[in-house]
Design a protein around this ligand. Sequence first.
Ligand SMILES: [Zn+2]
Length: 383
Amino acid sequence: MKKTTIVILIDALGFTIAERHGFRPGALRASARLRTVLGFSQAALASIFTGLMPDRHGLWMMYSFARGGSPFAWLRLVPPGISARRLWLRRAIRWNLAHAAGVKGYYSLYDVPREILPHLDIPARGDIFAAKGAGNARTVFDRLEKEEVSRLVWDYRTDEARAFGELEDAVRGRRASFYLLYTAGLDSDLHRFGTTAPRIRERLAWYSKRIEKIAAAAGGVPDARIFVLGDHGMRDVRESVDIMKKVETLGLDIPRDYVPFYDSTMARFRINSGRSRDSLGKLLGDQTSGRVISPDEMRRLGVEFPDGRFGDLIFLAEPGVTILPSYMGSEGVAAMHGYHPDVEEMSSLMISNDALPATAMSLTDVAALICPGFEPSQGGEGT
Ligand SMILES: [Zn+2]
């Protein structure tokens, strides 16, 4: 890989959002709609960097149900009634995850109840922005490492304005052959203010300016390719549903009958008894705010896990509905993602100064494009 490649990955850069706010940095003329994967940013980023669907890279959700050991099992020794919101307990959990479980990537404890944590696992142990970051699946960073391509990466750990400034300087100074900048600033604004807020237009205009400056800095580099893309889109929220309360009225026992995980658009259940399978199935089947995804559809969406590690029963909210409260928090948001990938607003966008192979692409097409010669593989052997 001899050409210089610059990748700017803007979390939640939706196709329809970019259209609505006229986001089109002048230097990048080619454009494509990017179909996302069912799930949240972790699933999408892993699909971008591995070129694989979630059931092949395995990093579908931040939390899976534990099979055997859990990195939170020790919490059972902490006296009941002490909430995981307590600062010292949160610190102890973090310390334990980093040191005993070797978690290097991004995760958050959110508002997951401490009684639930010992039933959970964190499948993403590596740093997805670095080599060996996706377990056994190969990522573009593994390939770049093997080919000894000099690279510079700015991820969620760097302040956004600083990252754009440093990227521009590095490109001008030709300090690497591969550059990647990831930012979650737009995602957070969209959740807070919704997709139509003036603040979104301002932020996109700011990105445009910064991208044009980077393109100008790259102007002196022969064959420099620039890609700007997102991982998913965003949909404004119109209502919420309290699935947790409905489930709790069934009188089932955790963990004897089931273990739940309430995400903002998905409720996932590990089923431990026949009676919970029947009553949960009936309750969720009766809802109009969402539906249970069939095993067939899970397969088609590339999120099929026959061992049920992410749940035996998965309820997906209708577009515009959020599950509230959830383990993500008890406050509503203005906009959300994590809906069915067929929902128009879930698609993301890719633009480039180079030709793109099609105007409709998938996240799994990105890896080979930003890293020519990359071949997806779910085995860890070789790169
Ligand atoms: Zn988000």
